[in-house]
Design a protein around this ligand. Structure first.
Ligand code: OXD
Ligand code: MN
Length: 590
């Protein structure tokens, strides 16, 4: 039941046999990823009610799934990093000793698949033929998980072919929905042997093991050991009027607009500015022969937040999910159309007779139709803005990192770090208001460095050390920026229009990358001058811009103090450069 990194196909077979001996399924199915297999799986789930067909004319080959109401978001407090030494998991991860975790949770796996089918799902993270790509194999008893993996990863034969060519290396992940009892729900990572165990949840990031578990938690550990980076970042290309494309990667906490930014439709397209999508959630990055950082998106599809997505906020997402998609925990209208809050711009209530995410008829006064963390799973290839380079084996060269969060106050609309080291500090000092993507209280501000708090598979202090070390090796480290689309006025209204207008922030970054652009130096970095952003065609007063760009020293002194408490936990794992940058911020704030 344990793993090592190199295993071979015989080892794969043995792991499958061992897993079957433990979980005792009725039958074992090896998935090949074919269309027929998908059609058969879907037909089976339509029979059991796990899937409901949505309107075939409006959304061909698309389905609705309702998860158990107790299983609707990632569960961070039962997500563990199991390293030999607790300090390797660090103070921000839940930890358990690998031996005790396996003994404890192994008992829950015992017989967990009795009467069920065990699917063996080989999948590839990263483009086929890419030196960055990694093979994972997920064993699962959930047909819904298999169907989602077929959209979000390159699944089946292509993965087996890669495994044969790569010397048999794969990352094993054992998953069972168990009995969905939240008290018996555990998502375990064993980074030292590159192994995942997940039981008791069928939901997204808990159950689709290629995504958060492999591509972030285990991959971040691998990157640390091997000199590359696995980040919770979108990847986009900004095309300028000359036709040149500048690639940027952006780290934002879950449900803070990564998908929208990655698929931005530029209001300035007629002036030659447009955005290409490479990925919306994860970036794997390596140093190229030219000394620059090159990024691939390991995923093959999107697992995006549905509420708020519509033809105005994100037309590219709407086009992506218009066929061959799976909707999870959204509403269903009498015409069998998926429905979520905000799907029709300006429409507040659903058509009469709409069924909510729980399967009950929605009535006026009911809180929501779709769960706030309801999702769409859609193939990336269907996205109209998908970059022609999104599957390039070597990836795309990254010129900028964009950090961001959801802050009603404190963080200005946009600023640039002074240099790489300061940029690492800006990422380490990030904070954001909590969203529905994880179970727990929504709205509280929490520190979320590089948007990796729930996804860093090792000690975050060592992780910052790794970032600093990567910078030393890069001939041209990306310029680092921080954005906040969510600043509010005293009445709680957003000050910045967001969405497509965010291209104006990208354009300023583009100028700064070229060594141009009007900026003023503040205590926290360079902000655009009030007329530094190109605002042609959008109605924002100079006064409003001033408020968006203000760096309030009192707010930042409080922020500085909170950062200090957070950094203090890392003790001798905190790189000296981060403490020095923190001290330097204090001096600049006065
Ligand atoms: C996601 C998340 O699903 O970050 O991408 O929660
Ligand atoms: Mn995410």
């Amino acid at each position: 039941m344990s793993g090592t990194t190199t295993r071979g196909t015989a080892a794969l077979e043995k792991w499958v046999e061992d897993s079957a001996r433990l979980t005792k399924p009725e039958r074992i199915v090896w998935c090949d990823g074919s269309e027929q297999e998908y059609a058969d799986l879907v037909a089976g789930m339509l029979r059991t009610g796990e899937l409901i067909q949505v309107n075939e004319r409006a959304y061909p080959n698309s389905y609705l799934h309702r998860s158990n109401p107790n299983d609707v978001a990632r569960t961070e407090e039962v997500t563990l990093i199991c390293t030999e030494r607790q300090e390797d998991a660090g103070p921000t991860n839940y930890w358990e000793d690998p031996k005790s975790a396996k003994e404890r949770v192994g008992k829950l796996f015992d017989g967990a698949m009795r009467g069920r089918t065990m699917y063996v799902v080989p999948y590839l993270m990263g483009p086929a033929g890419s030196p960055h790509a990694k093979v994972g194999v997920e064993i699962t008893d959930s047909a819904y998980v298999v169907a989602n993996l077929r959209i979000t990863t390159r699944m089946g034969k292509v993965a087996m072919d890669t495994l044969e060519k790569n010397g048999g290396q794969f990352v094993p992940g054992l998953h069972s929905t168990g009995d969905l009892d939240p008290k018996k729900r555990w998502i375990l990572h064993f980074p030292e042997e590159q192994l995942i165990w997940s039981i008791g949840s069928g939901y997204g990031g808990n159950a689709l093991l290629g995504k958060k578990c492999l591509s972030l938690r285990l991959a971040s550990w691998m990157g640390w050991k091997e000199g590359w980076m696995a980040e919770h970042m979108l990847i986009l290309g900004l095309e300028d009027p000359s036709g040149a494309v500048t690639y940027m990667a952006g780290a934002f906490p879950s449900a803070c607009g990564k998908t929208n930014l990655a698929m931005l439709v530029s209001p300035l397209a007629d002036r030659g500015w447009r955005v290409w999508t490479v990925g919306d959630d994860i970036a794997w990055m390596r140093i190229g022969e030219d000394g620059r950082l090159w990024a691939v998106n390991p995923e093959n599809g999107f697992f995006g937040v549905a509420p708020g997505t519509n033809v105005e906020t994100n037309p590219n997402a709407m086009a992506s999910l218009s066929a061959n998609s799976i909707f999870t925990n959204v509403g269903l209208t009498p015409d069998k159309l998926p429905w979520w809050e905000g799907i029709d711009p300006g429409v507040k209530t659903p058509p009469p007779g709409t069924i909510n995410w729980l399967g009950h008829e929605w009535k006026p006064g009911d809180e929501v139709v779709a769960h706030p963390n309801s999702r769409f799973t859609a193939p990336a290839s269907q996205c109209p803005s998908i970059s022609p380079h999104w599957e390039d084996p070597q990836g795309v060269p990254i010129s900028a990192f964009i950090f961001g969060g959801r802050r009603a106050r404190v963080a200005p609309l946009l600023y640039q770090a002074f240099n790489w080291r300061h940029g690492v500090f800006v990422g380490a000092g990030m904070a954001s208001e909590k969203t529905a993507a994880a179970a727990g209280k929504v709205g509280e501000t929490r520190r979320d460095p590089m948007a990796m708090l729930p996804f860093c598979g090792y000690n975050m202090g060592d992780y910052w050390g790794h970032w600093l070390a990567m910078g030393e090796k890069l001939t041209q480290p990306p310029e680092v920026f921080h954005v906040n689309w969510f600043r509010k006025d005293e009445d709680g209204n957003f000050l910045w229009p967001g969405f497509g207008e965010n291209v104006r922030a990208l354009m300023w970054m583009h100028e700064r990358i070229q060594g141009k652009g009007d900026a003023r130096e503040t205590a926290i970095g360079y902000t655009p001058t009030p007329d530094g952003l190109d605002l042609e065609g959008v109605d924002i007063s100079a006064h409003r811009m001033e408020r968006l760009l203000t760096v309030d020293a009192d707010d930042w002194r409080d922020e500085w103090a909170e950062q200090g408490v957070f950094f203090g936990q890392f003790k001798d794992h905190l790189p000296a450069a981060i403490s020095e940058e923190h001290d330097a911020l204090k001096r600049r704030l006065g």
